[in-house]
Design a protein around this ligand. Structure first.
Ligand code: NDP
Length: 272
């Protein structure tokens, strides 16, 4: 049986084994998928050990996405642009690195939430690893504009410069939270502020009635960002759909078949 896993530290909380087991059952694919704790100073060795055991591919989560990017011998365009890798494919040609986070986010917005990105005003909060991974997939949907706002302003400006050079000129810009001028049709919280129960300090007028506000974080309760957005007339959504969709993208890369995600998302939501 083909073997896959997810590497992280910590990893016990990971929902990826359940998601991939559901995809395998649904598509009739014969495979195993486990969670593997990699030592903080031993990611590359853990990957090599898994390959030696016959591993065919792996997902990579916090804190190893940058190391996975370095380890890969070939990168997809979106992994190159993201500067981070969340999916490894072990092939006869070597280790291929991909980044499916952005495609997962876009699939959740377009297919699950039913909100088109094309022609819309999009605000991306944060400029860390998660934000970096979603910029190119958003730009590929041709938004009217994409504003990247971050606590450390220089990081947002640098990210915007990088993606302006990659085809986003005239569309993408970077600034601090205080300089954001709304309203926006889609607001994505890719900061880790929700982890501490904090809210990025947004100026008034960011949300309008019907704005889609998506927090990449998920949990049993709405995050403080989701509550704030709902209070300002937005439709709030958490990151569980993105999680399932990025897994589906990885599964498709490995197995050549794209699983249906609706039922899996429904089951995960019920188990939160
Ligand atoms: P990083 O550590 O790489 O980046 C953190 C970002 O959050 C930076 O832009 C940082 O700003 C900003 N930030 C941190 N604290 C605050 C605060 N109190 N107020 C405002 N901004 C803040 O993290 P990641 O990009 O890897 O992850 C971000 C979030 O996305 C996490 O919650 C993670 O769980 C989630 N995520 C969800 C996924 C899913 O599938 N649903 C997939 C990947 C990530 P600064 O640059 O100034 O430090």
């Amino acid at each position: 049986m083909d073997r896959y896993c997810v590497f992280g530290n910590p990893i016990a909380h990971s929902k990826s084994p359940a998601i991939h087991a559901a995809f395998a059952a649904q598509t009739g694919q014969s495979l195993t998928y486990e969670a593997r704790l990699a030592p903080l100073d031993g990611f590359a060795a853990a990957v090599q050990a898994f390959i030696a055991e016959g591993g065919k591919g792996a997902n990579v989560t916090v804190p190893f996405k940058l190391e996975a990017h370095k380890l890969a011998q070939a990168l997809t365009v979106r992994a190159q642009a993201a500067g981070a890798v969340n999916t490894l494919h072990f092939t006869e040609q070597g280790i291929i690195g991909d980044n499916t986070d952005g495609a997962g986010l876009v699939a959740d917005i377009v297919n699950n939430a039913g909100v088109a990105i094309t022609g819309k005003r999009v605000l991306l909060l944060g400029a860390g690893g998660a934000a970096r991974g979603v910029v190119l997939p958003i730009l590929e949907h041709r938004p009217a504009r994409l504003v990247i706002a971050n606590r450390t302003v220089a990081t947002a400006e640098e990210l915007a410069r990088q993606f302006a050079a990659l085809g986003g000129a005239g569309v993408v810009s970077g600034c601090g939270f205080g300089q954001v001028q709304g309203p926006f049709d889609i607001v994505i919280n890719a900061t880790s502020a929700s982890l501490q129960g904090d809210l990025p300090p947004l100026p008034a007028g960011v949300f309008a009635p019907g704005t889609l506000a998506l927090d990449m974080m998920y949990g049993a309760q709405p995050t403080v960002f989701m509550q704030y957005a709902t209070g300002h007339g937005a439709l709030a959504r958490d990151g569980l759909g993105m999680l399932v969709e990025q897994a589906a993208e990885a599964f498709a890369m490995w197995r050549g078949v794209h699983p249906a995600t609706g039922e899996v998302l429904h089951q995960l939501r019920a188990a939160l």
